[in-house]
Design a protein around this ligand. Structure first.
Ligand code: UDP
Ligand code: MG
Length: 333
């Protein structure tokens, strides 16, 4: 490990003009003690914000040579913005954290200390905290339980995208060219020596969460479908079970109900119900297969994960290489 290491701090920001100045001040104060042992680079990624976020970032970059930035051509999403930052970070270790102060910057020296101990990946584990809101807490707990059951990954419940990765881990991660990126799972898939640091999430200092219910469901689907074939198997099992039940119900109704009054009508009702149940299962099965198919289709198109508009790190329009090409992260200043 080099003695004078470079530490990169990657911060994705989408519509964060209000909170960014507060965040930057807190970040600079938190990493100040590290300046004796590390060269610092703070890399903001503007994820196609339509408010004044980019203007604030430009000012921060103009005022401090340690601040660099990227701006994406439109909103590509949190995971894509993080990928862009990791691609362009030059550090021997790279920390990523949200720029809304929910991930406390004060924890960064502790992450660096664990890296100095020899860990390549330092995860932060979010404590269950009332400030997160009950829906987020419950949905997160249920999702991680389902994911842990369905996949071979040792998925850490409550892991966040606030983490440190060594250069080796970042380079390894950047070789995974998945169109639908669930970075928490991808980092876990990598292996390496992993340390964990618990943290208590703060409430958002300003602005609003960009993870609407729709985005959360999409993110959860990316996690589940990228790391597990279990949904297809569950649907096959459910389809078979419903078929057997419907068949048994029809036979039972036919035998038991024929002697009763208006037998044909009652048998017809049971038959129709069974038909609907089987039809519903077929539709659900087609939907689950379709979800995998859409992901294969998007992967096959080989589009870049993001497109750059401007920045202090690369030529405008630079993109992640196509999946077929061996990946080399750009380090151009
Ligand atoms: N973010 C982003 N692109 C998006 C949505 C969010 O870069 O499309 C950033 C956002 O600015 C923040 C981080 O990702 O720094 C986490 O987003 P947010 O705070 O909205 O999510 P939550 O903490 O509510 O899950
Ligand atoms: Mg947040």
């Amino acid at each position: 490990m080099p003695t004078t290491a470079t530490l990169s701090i990657v911060c994705p920001a989408y519509q964060e003009e209000e909170v960014l100045p507060l965040f930057h001040a807190a970040l600079v104060a938190a990493v100040e003690p590290l300046t004796a042992e590390c060269d610092l680079e703070i890399l903001y990624v503007d994820d196609g914000s339509r408010d004044g976020t980019l203007g604030v970032i430009r000012q921060l970059a103009a005022a401090d040579p340690r601040v660099r930035y990227l701006s994406l051509s439109r909103n590509f999403g949190h995971q894509a913005a993080l990928t862009a930052g990791l691609e362009h970070a030059r550090g021997d270790a790279v920390v990523s954290l949200d720029s809304d102060l929910q991930h406390p910057p004060a924890l960064i020296p502790e992450l660096v200390a664990r890296w100095r101990e020899g860990f390549d990946v330092v995860l932060t584990i979010r404590a269950d905290d009332a400030r997160l809101g009950w829906f987020k807490r419950v949905s997160s707990r249920v999702f991680y339980r389902v994911l842990a059951r369905c996949s071979d990954l040792d998925v850490r419940p409550a892991a966040s995208d606030f983490r440190l990765m060594s250069r080796a881990a970042v380079d390894g991660l950047l070789r995974l060219q998945e169109a639908h990126r669930y970075l928490r799972g991808m980092v876990q898939w990598l292996g390496f020596r992993v340390a964990e640091v618990p943290f208590r999430p703060e409430a958002r200092r300003a602005g609003v969460s960009k993870y609407t219910l729709r985005r959360m469901v999409r993110f959860a689907l990316d996690g589940l479908l990228s790391f597990s074939p279990a949904p297809v198997r569950v649907v096959v099992g459910a389809g078979l079970a419903v078929t057997v039940l419907s068949w048994a119900a029809s036979v039972a109704a036919t035998l038991a109900l024929f002697p009763a009054a208006e037998p044909t009508a009652r048998v017809a009702v049971v038959g129709l119900t069974a038909l609907h149940a089987v039809g519903g299962c077929l539709l659900a099965a087609a939907g689950v297969i379709g979800e995998y198919l859409v992901r294969i289709y998007e992967q096959a198109k080989g589009r870049p994960v993001y497109v750059l508009k401007e920045g202090t790190v690369d030529a405008p329009g630079a993109v992640i290489p196509r999946p077929a090409a061996p990946h080399r992260p750009s380090r151009a200043a």
